[in-house]
Design a binder for this molecule. Structure first.
Ligand code: GDP
Ligand code: MG
Length: 367
C-alpha cells in the first residue's frame, strides 16, 4: 500500500480508526482520522497490530519484478496494431490479413471478435490487436507498459496524410514503436503512393529506399494486393527487434478488452506478455480476481495455455476489469484477492476524496 490517512489505514486493516489513533498516541503521535501517516508509522503500527504491511508506490506495484536471465528469454511473436485515419482502410486491411493468414483447410477462418487475432505465416505467428480505444492505450502507456511492438500505419494513397495519421505517428513516437507504412487503395485511379511518401517525410516517417528507417508497402486491401508483402515486412521488422520473453513464469500482461457476457459472466481478453497462462491459475486483473475457469483463443477454441504475445479470453473473473488494466497470476489465490481488494479500496478512497472536496466547495460557496 501507499502512504494513507489514519482513516484509510484503519479501513484497509478492517479495524476501528480509534484503535489506530490510540496506538499512535501510545507512540507519542497525536493524529486525527484525516491526517496522513508516514510510511514508517504505517509499517510500525501494522506490525504493532500483528499485521504485515509493506508500503509500495503505485509504480512499484505495477512494475512486476522481472529477474529474467538471458537464458530465460525465448523468442516471442510480434504484437501489431493497425492505425490510421478513418476510412483509410484499417478494417479492410485487417480483414485481408486474416483471410491471408488462415491456412487452407482451417474451419472457415472466421474469427470471433475478441479485440485481437492471430495469423500464421510460414509457421510464424503475428498477433494483431484491433485498434483499441485511445483511453486503454494511454492507461497502459502511463504505467510504462508497451503493448504493441509494431504499428502498421494505413494511409490511403488517394487521400494522403490526415489528422489521425499524424495522431498515430505521434503515438508511435511517444511509445517508441516502429512504424511500417501500408500505402492503401493503390487500385484507385487517383492513387499517388509516392506523394504519400513525400508527405510522410515531413513527419519524420522516411522510407528505407530514401535513406530512412521506415518500411513501406503498397497495398490494396480491397483487391488483396500486397498483403503477403505487408506480412513479410512486419516479420522483417520484428526480426530487427529481436523480441523475447520468459515463458516459464507466472503469467502477466494487459487487458485489451472486457465485457459482461450473458452466459459466460465477466470475460476479459488479455495479452500475455510474460509467462504462461493456464486454466486454474489465480489471476488478478485490475480490481477483479478469480481462478481461470477457461481460456478461449481468438478462433473460439478452448486453449490449454497462452504464452507470451498470445491474446486469449479469460473466464472466471469476479467482475469486469477495464481495458488497459494489468493482469497478473499469483501462486496463491488469496494474494490475488488481496491485491484486487487493495486496488478497489484505493479507487473507492479516491472517489470519496473527490466527493468530499466537492461538498467542501459547496460549503464555502454558501458562506
Ligand atoms: P477504416 O475506417 O480505416 O477501418 O476503413 P475501412 O476498412 O472501413 O475502409 C473504408 C472504405 O474504403 C470502405 O468503403 C472500403 O471498402 C474502402 N477501401 C478499403 N481499402 C480499399 C482499397 O484497397 N481499395 C479501394 N478501392 N477501397 C478500399
Ligand atoms: Mg474500421
Amino acid at each position: 500500500m501507499q502512504g494513507s490517512t489514519v482513516g484509510e489505514f484503519a479501513e484497509l486493516l478492517g479495524v476501528p480508526s480509534n484503535d489506530v489513533i490510540k496506538r499512535l498516541f501510545m507512540l507519542g503521535q497525536v493524529l486525527t482520522v484525516t491526517q496522513t501517516m508516514t510510511d514508517e508509522l504505517i509499517e510500525l503500527i501494522a506490525d504493532d497490530m500483528g499485521r504485515k504491511v509493506r508500503v509500495v508506490s503505485p509504480e512499484e506495484e505495477y512494475a512486476v519484478v522481472y529477474n529474467d536471465t538471458e537464458d530465460d528469454l525465448k523468442p516471442r511473436p510480434p504484437v501489431v496494431t493497425v492505425m490510421g485515419h478513418v476510412d483509410h482502410g484499417k478494417t479492410s486491411t485487417l480483414d485481408a490479413i486474416r483471410h491471408t493468414g488462415v491456412a487452407a483447410g482451417e474451419a472457415g477462418g472466421i474469427t470471433q471478435h475478441i479485440g485481437a487475432s492471430v495469423v500464421n505465416i510460414d509457421g510464424r505467428q503475428i498477433t494483431f490487436i484491433d485498434t483499441p480505444g485511445h483511453e486503454a492505450f494511454t492507461a497502459m502507456r502511463a504505467r510504462g507498459a508497451q503493448v504493441t511492438d509494431v504499428i502498421v500505419l494505413v494511409v490511403a494513397a488517394d487521400d494522403g496524410v490526415m489528422p489521425q495519421t499524424i495522431e498515430a505517428i505521434n503515438h508511435a513516437k511517444a511509445a517508441n514503436v516502429p512504424i511500417v507504412v501500408a500505402v492503401n487503395k493503390i487500385d484507385k485511379p487517383g492513387a499517388t503512393p509516392d506523394r504519400v511518401r513525400q508527405e510522410l517525410v515531413e513527419y519524420g516517417v522516411i522510407p528505407e529506399e530514401w535513406g530512412g528507417t521506415n518500411m513501406f508497402v503498397d497495398v490494396s486491401a480491397k483487391q488483396r494486393i500486397g498483403i503477403d508483402d505487408l506480412l513479410e515486412t512486419i516479420l522483417l521488422q520484428a526480426d530487427v527487434l529481436e523480441l523475447k520473453a520468459n515463458p516459464d513464469a507466472l503469467a502477466s500482461g494487459f487487458v485489451i478488452e472486457a465485457n459482461l457476457d450473458k452466459g459466460r459472466g465477466p470475460v476479459a481478453t488479455v495479452l500475455v506478455q510474460r509467462g504462461t497462462l493456464k486454466p486454474g491459475d489465480a489471476v488478478v486483473a485490475g480490481t477483479s480476481y478469480g481462478r481461470v475457469r477457461a481460456l478461449v483463443d481468438p478462433r473460439g477454441n478452448h486453449a490449454t495455455e497462452a504464452r507470451p504475445s498470445d491474446p486469449v479470453e479469460i473466464l472466471g473473473l469476479s467482475s469486469v476489469p477495464t481495458a488497459g488494466d494489468e493482469f497478473r497470476v499469483f501462486e496463491d489465490e488469496r494474494d490475488a484477492r488481496k491485491l484486487a481488494e487493495e486496488r478497489a479500496l484505493r479507487e473507492r478512497l479516491k472517489a470519496q476524496e473527490a466527493k468530499t472536496h466537492m461538498s467542501l466547495d459547496d460549503l464555502f460557496s454558501r458562506i
